[in-house]
Unconditional design. Structure first.
Length: 277
C-alpha cells in the first residue's frame, strides 16, 4: 500500500493594521491620493446681463452724441441766420425804426434770439409797450408790437405831441387834424401841473367812440374837470372818481337822438343823476 502525501495548507497573509479590505493591488494609486493639480479648472462665461448693460450704455451715449450734433447744427447753422424783420401791430412807430433798432441781431440764428433781447433793443422806443416775436424759417423774424394808447395831444410850438395817460410823449404830428384826440392846454409843461394826472385818468376811461369826438380837456382843479365837444358843447365831469361809471353814462347820453334846442351841457359829475341843459 502506497503511503499518501501529506497536504500542505495555504496560508493567506493577514493584512496589516489600518489596511482596508478593498485595498488596491500594488502599483495602483488610489484617487484620493492623487495630487489636486491633476484636476482640470473650468472657466464659465460672464453673465449675459453685463453685456446688455454695456450695450445699453453705448446706445444711449451714441444717441446723446447724435442729438447734440443736431442741436448744435440747428443753433449755429448759418441756414437759420436772421436776414429779414417783419413788423406787425405798429402805427406810432415805423417799421423801419424797428428794423434799424434790431440791426445788431442780423446774422444771428433764429433759435438764439430771445424776446428779452428784442425788448432791450427797442426799450428807447416810447410808443412800444411790449413786443412778441415769432421765427419764420429760414431767415425771418416777425415782431408783433403792442403800443401804448395815446389819450390827448399837447401843442409844442408848431407841432402836436401825442401823450398817453402817464404823460409819456409817444409821437409828434405836424397838424392838429391828423389825430382825433382832445388837446390839453398848457403845452408840454402841462404834464407838470397838479391837475394833469386827473385829466388823463379821465380820458383813459373813455371809449374811443367818445374820445375821438372831444376837442379839448381842461381843469381849474382836480374836482372841476371839463371836456369840450364840437359845436361848443361842454361836458362837466367833476373829479376823476367813478370815471368808469361816468364814461358809460356819457356814452349813452351822446347816443340819444338830437333835441331841439340841442343839448349844450352834459353833466355827469353825479353819474346816478346825470343832467343835460
Amino acid at each position: 500500500m502506497t503511503p499518501r502525501k501529506p497536504r500542505i495548507a495555504r496560508v493567506q497573509a493577514v493584512p496589516k493594521a489600518g489596511a482596508t479590505a478593498g485595498a488596491e493591488a500594488p502599483g495602483r494609486v488610489d484617487r484620493a491620493d492623487r495630487p489636486a493639480s491633476a484636476g482640470k479648472v473650468l472657466e464659465f462665461p460672464a453673465p449675459r446681463r453685463s453685456h446688455r448693460v454695456r450695450n445699453t450704455v453705448l446706445a444711449i451715449t451714441a444717441l446723446v452724441l447724435v442729438l447734440g450734433g443736431v442741436v448744435a447744427y440747428v443753433v449755429f447753422s448759418p441756414a437759420l441766420a436772421l436776414r429779414t424783420v417783419e413788423v406787425e401791430g405798429n402805427s406810432l412807430v415805423t417799421a423801419s425804426e424797428v428794423e434799424t433798432a434790431l440791426a445788431p441781431l442780423m446774422g444771428t440764428s433764429l433759435t438764439r434770439i430771445a424776446p428779452d433781447q428784442v425788448r432791450g433793443l427797442l426799450a428807447d422806443k416810447a410808443p412800444i409797450e411790449d413786443v412778441g416775436i415769432a421765427a419764420e424759417p429760414p431767415s425771418t423774424l416777425v415782431v408783433t408790437v403792442r403800443e401804448r394808447v395815446p389819450v390827448a395831444v399837447l401843442q409844442n410850438g408848431g407841432d402836436f405831441v401825442l401823450i398817453d395817460a402817464d404823460g409819456r410823449q409817444l409821437s409828434t404830428v405836424a397838424r392838429r387834424d391828423e389825430v382825433k384826440l382832445p388837446l390839453i392846454d398848457g403845452g408840454t409843461n402841462a404834464v407838470n401841473s397838479e391837475v394833469f394826472s386827473s385829466i388823463t385818468a379821465v380820458l383813459a376811461e373813455l371809449p374811443v367812440s367818445v374820445l375821438s369826438r372831444l376837442n379839448s380837456a381842461s381843469a381849474a382843479s382836480v374836482d372841476s374837470i371839463q371836456l369840450s365837444l364840437a359845436g361848443d358843447r361842454r361836458i362837466f365831469w367833476g373829479s376823476a372818481e367813478r370815471s368808469s361809471e361816468k364814461a358809460s353814462v356819457l356814452e349813452a347820453m351822446l347816443a340819444m337822438p338830437a333835441t331841439d334846442p340841442p343839448v349844450k351841457v352834459f353833466d355827469v359829475s353825479t353819474p346816478d343823476r346825470p343832467v343835460t341843459r
